[in-house]
Write a new protein. Structure first.
Length: 122
């Protein structure tokens, strides 16, 4: 079960990295459509955004390291199933830190994801 701990660590690090990416993109106010110049994005980068970007890269790299270790000792299907749960963790973090809200149907879908992973590991 060493692989499970490693996969869970990787999954949590990826989830936090995804949340930080949302914060970075929000801070930069990148247009949703159309072409943007790199200089217009770079001009919006301040110390907070740069710090979040560095933290995101570091957490992602550590997550990749744990993921690779999990793949060494676990079955690929189970490791990737655990890693895919990061979307549920991101949703929980987004509810707490960003104020995101989800419909009943979305909450049920997330609960089914968790239940399916628990079934795979039993």
């Amino acid at each position: 079960m060493k692989w499970l701990v490693l996969a869970l660590l990787a999954m949590c690090l990826f989830a936090v990295s995804d949340l930080l990416l949302k914060v970075i993109v929000t801070e930069l106010s990148i247009p949703k459509l159309g072409f943007i110049s790199i200089s217009s994005v770079i001009s919006k980068i301040d110390l907070k955004v740069a710090s979040f970007a560095v933290l995101t890269v570091v957490l992602s790299l550590i997550g990749v390291y744990f993921m690779l270790l999990a793949f060494q000792s676990g079955e690929v299907a189970l490791v990737t199933a655990v890693l895919s749960m990061s979307t549920v963790v991101v949703a929980g973090l987004a509810m707490v830190f960003l104020g995101d809200r989800f419909s009943f149907k979305e909450v049920v879908a997330m609960a089914l994801v968790i239940a399916s992973i628990l079934l795979l590991m039993s």
